[in-house]
Design a protein around this ligand. Structure first.
Ligand SMILES: Cc1cc2nc3c(=O)[nH]c(=O)nc-3n(C[C@H](O)[C@H](O)[C@H](O)COP(=O)(O)OP(=O)(O)OC[C@H]3O[C@@H](n4cnc5c(N)ncnc54)[C@H](O)[C@@H]3O)c2cc1C
Length: 274
């Protein structure tokens, strides 16, 4: 009998070992499909310390979840895990031939792309340093943690307005930093006004702060906006992880109630009421 883990012919090659790829491998392993799961180890939420909104695992460490999933897969002998990237894939007869980063090739009847997304942050200095630790992208994942706090949302379109309204519904005091004249629909503008969301049209030049403690935004005319523990939520900016490349969209940001408009280095900015 062919050793199921040593043959380089599979029913399915899975590219990507995040939640999608791991769950697919689990289900395929349970029905004795020969599976190769290749993972390059750069999950989208690598910067995040806790997963939220996941049934029975709310607040768990995402790395721990991936580790448990891998341990459980070890019970299924037809599943092979490799910590390597799928570099290329091509049609081969009825199936595919894939080449792994180390040069190994494998054949499969099916190829499952579970390569996730890569977040492309907007060109605001300092944003990347706070990503996942004060700068976030999703009110469903992180909104609860910043409920009732002053927050800022980056973006000047309806997506950003939608995020701002979602955060306002969580009791946040929201400033929407549009970075110029916003392009809201009339409905979005009405909604923002009704929710008391203030709109700031100045460019956001930079963001700094101490993760979990405070975040400071530098605005174009020399204003700064300083607040406490902050979450900064990109309204978008996701691209397929592989192949790379795609346009960034807009983003959101949220600081704490103890925060205030700061006077550094020159004057504190007070956004007008909408
Ligand atoms: C900061 C942050 C916090 C988040 N918090 C939450 C939360 O609290 N709750 C929630 O539900 N969601 C959250 N998310 C979203 C969550 O991360 C994604 O929904 C989830 O990771 C998607 O799983 P996935 O398997 O599709 O992709 P990923 O988890 O990104 O996994 C894709 C995997 O494929 C690998 N890969 C890519 N290309 C290749 C290749 N060519 N060959 C081999 N492997 C490859 C990558 O290295 C990676 O390991 C968060 C996201 C971010 C950015």
């Amino acid at each position: 009998m062919v050793n199921e883990k040593e043959s380089n012919v599979y029913d399915v090659v899975i590219a990507g070992g995040g939640p999608a790829g791991l769950n697919a491998a689990l289900m395929l392993g349970r029905v004795r499909r020969r599976v190769l799961l290749a993972d390059s180890g750069q999950p989208r939420n690598a910067a995040s310390a806790a997963v939220h909104g996941l049934f029975s695992r709310d607040g768990d460490d995402p790395a721990r979840l991936r580790r448990i999933a891998r341990e459980q897969l070890a019970a299924y002998p037809s599943v092979r895990l490799l910590d390597t990237a799928v570099e290329s894939a091509a049609r081969a007869g009825d199936g595919f031939e894939v080449t792994l980063a180390g040069g190994e090739t494998a054949r499969a009847r099916r190829l499952l792309l579970a390569t996730g997304l890569a977040d492309e942050l907007p060109a605001v200095e300092g944003l990347a340093r706070l990503w996942g630790r004060g700068v976030y992208h999703c009110p469903y994942c992180h909104g609860w943690e910043v409920r009732d706090q002053p927050v800022a949302v980056l973006g000047g379109d309806d997506t950003a307005a939608h995020l701002a309204l979602g955060l306002a519904r969580l009791g946040c005091d929201v400033v929407l930093c549009a970075g110029g004249p916003p392009a809201f629909s009339e409905a979005a503008r009405d909604g923002l006004r009704a929710a008391g969301v203030r709109v700031c049209e100045d460019l956001v030049l930079g963001v700094d702060g101490v993760p979990g403690r405070h975040v400071r935004l530098s605005l174009s005319p020399g204003w700064t906006l300083e607040r406490g523990p902050c979450s900064c939520i990109p309204a978008s900016g996701s691209a397929p992880a592989s192949p790379p490349g795609s346009a960034a969209r807009s983003w959101t940001m949220a600081p704490s109630r103890s925060a205030s408009w700061a006077r550094a280095p020159s004057r504190a900015y007070t956004p007008p009421a909408t």
